[in-house]
Design a binder for this molecule. Sequence first.
Ligand code: BES
Ligand code: ZN
Length: 454
Amino acid sequence: MQQALNFVKSNHQRYIEELKTFLTIPSISSDPERKQAMYDCAEHAVNLLKDAGIDNLKIHNTPGHPVVTGDWLHAPDAPTVLIYGHLDVQPVDPLDLWEKDPFVAHIQNDRLVARGTADDKGQLYMHVKALEAILKTDGKLPVNVKIILESEEEIGSVNLPAFLKANKEYLTTDIAVVSDSGMLAEGKPAITYGLKGLTYLEIELTGPNRDLHSGTFGGAVANPAEILARLLASVKDEKGRIQIPGFYDRIPDMTEEERARIARVPYNETEYMSSLGVEELWGEEPYTRRERTGARPTFEINGIWSGFTGVGAKTVLPSKAHAKFSMRLVPDQDPDEIMELVEKYFIEKAPKSVKVKFIRHHGGHPVVTPIDSKYMKAAEQALAESYNHEVYFLREGGSIPIVADFKKILGVDTLLLGFALPDARTHSPNENIHLPTFFTGIESLVRTWYYFVK
Ligand code: BES
Ligand code: ZN
């Protein structure tokens, strides 16, 4: 193990150069123009894995973007690990807020800045380099490894469940390991044991059959923009409780043990507020901030538009109003059931003056993973030694839809070892990975595989 750790230490410069090249591929899964880039990215990943010493590499076409698999299975009697990562990235807009080209990585204050550095190319690259370091020094891995890289995580992993079902026997392993989450802070490693689920909807209200003169018709007909505002505002009461009937029905009360576990994670509310530039926080009472973001469901408007939004003023009473909104879910809420409850709520509440139409977007199930497995203990030790700091256990508000499917379809639990710092700006302009954290993270993954069999 020591040789592999030394190998990591002496390859920092090469890692930066290789990762930079990987990051030049604009693998935006939601952009139909990037179909070829998605394939190029899969091929690039195959080459990285081949150079690392991984066998049986394949690119599988799906009805959407490709899936890459590979393995190394020469450790008889040792456990088999499924390593998952995603090759796709979020769109880059607003482009003018990026300091440089989002697909030409540059270093600033110890950080490598580009789309995909943290979410998730940088983190999956760390896995490839940990395996490479062990194979190049020890000649063999302490565990068996199967790798699955998808290209549709940021669009809800639409085709991956079918792939899991079709390849169930091959993909059923002892544990899945995913690095697509974060640390508590610089130098403070974390293991995530909870992820939220998601239901995403778009609503369109149609009032009058065309845009109208707001003087001639204002006062005569209901304004769809105003109705939409009222409907959306009615979803929560002043204590932040979601008013949709049945919304909370499947959520068990939080146990005292769980509340205590969440409260154990250090938190400075003043710093948190100032990092976000807000004077106060707001959310569901009586829960703490960490409970709200990690363990309670939420409802957020992602976008809202109607009427005239151009330069200057135009007096118009719009015909249509639109919003995109999403709910983050916790066990045992079901994304499809919640979708129906929400649609029903809006349909029943909307006045006769508007027609209501929905577009259903992707979703995913919530997960809470076991916190006492031998794999989690091994990873905890590996992280603690590498960062020379105790490890925190987090429930996160983000979603990685396939994690619930690993359990449901394959019966496999997932260990979430994440390395993004809170200011990694994932999904935002100037996304970055903190390089010292990244290098140490590769070492922690090397240790993890050895400690799995200790
Ligand atoms: N890496 C994130 C998920 C994440 C964020 C985990 C923060 C832990 C902490 C992932 O790539 C992501 O952004 N997922 C989407 C999923 C959605 C599009 C179905 C998300 O959470 O919005
Ligand atoms: Zn993401």
